[in-house]
Design a protein around this ligand. Sequence first.
Ligand code: NDP
Length: 272
Amino acid sequence: MDRYAVLGNPVKHSRSPRIHQLFAQQLGIDMEYRSIHVELGSFTDTVRHFFLAGGRGVNITVPFKQEAFQLAEVHSQRALRAEAVNTLLLGKNNLYYGDNTDGVGLLRDLKRLSFPLQGRRILLLGAGGAARGVLAPLLEAGPAEVTVVNRDAGRAALLAHAFSDLGKVRSAAYGDLSGSYPVIINATSASLSGELPPLPEHILTQGGYAYDMMYGAQPTIFMHWALQAGAAEVHDGLGMLVEQAAEAFFLWRHQRPDTAPVLAQLRAELVV
Ligand code: NDP
């Protein structure tokens, strides 16, 4: 049986095994996908062992995406841009091929949700791994501009500079934000600890769109904030999670699962 896994620390709560199980069921494939808790310092050994034992592919989550990037011998363009790898497989000549499906996952979900991106000003909160992974496809969607804002404004400036060849991207500190944005995407981990980024009042255009990459059984604190700020559409990152998984599945098996029923199933299971 073909074997796959998600590697992380912590990884116990990962929804990836369930998502890939649903993909496999849908396509009538007999495969195994499990989660592996990896101790810090043993990521490379774990990956090598998994593939030597016949494993077909792995997903990588916090905090190993940069290590996976180092381990990969061949990179996709999007992994090179993101400087992070969330999907590994053995490619040509048995070389480790690393890709990053987070960005395409977000963009597919935003498309499903009919978020208007083209010609709009987009505010991207955060400058960590998730923000880096989505910036290239966001810029390719043709916004008027993307503003990257971060607590550590220096990190935002570095990120904006690194992607400036792809479109109009600038950085800001929260205190410097002005005007309003019709689209705000939260790529910080603030919601994880029930915190809100320090956003000024009226930063979201009335009737605007808000997206939190975090997800859970209940709307996140950021989603509550956006609704109170007058958003017309507010969504969490569960759809992004399913879409990035579908892209990884496609890389491994060259088959594209239908994500809509899987997302609906996952949502129902989260709420229970
Ligand atoms: P990182 O640790 O790399 O980055 C965290 C970012 O959050 C930094 O920019 C940090 O700012 C910022 N931050 C943390 N706390 C606060 C706060 N209280 N106020 C303002 N900013 C804050 O994390 P990742 O980029 O890997 O992940 C970010 C989020 O995206 C997580 O919640 C993760 O679960 C989610 N995610 C979701 C995915 C999905 O498929 N739905 C995929 C990938 C990620 P600073 O630099 O100033 O410290």
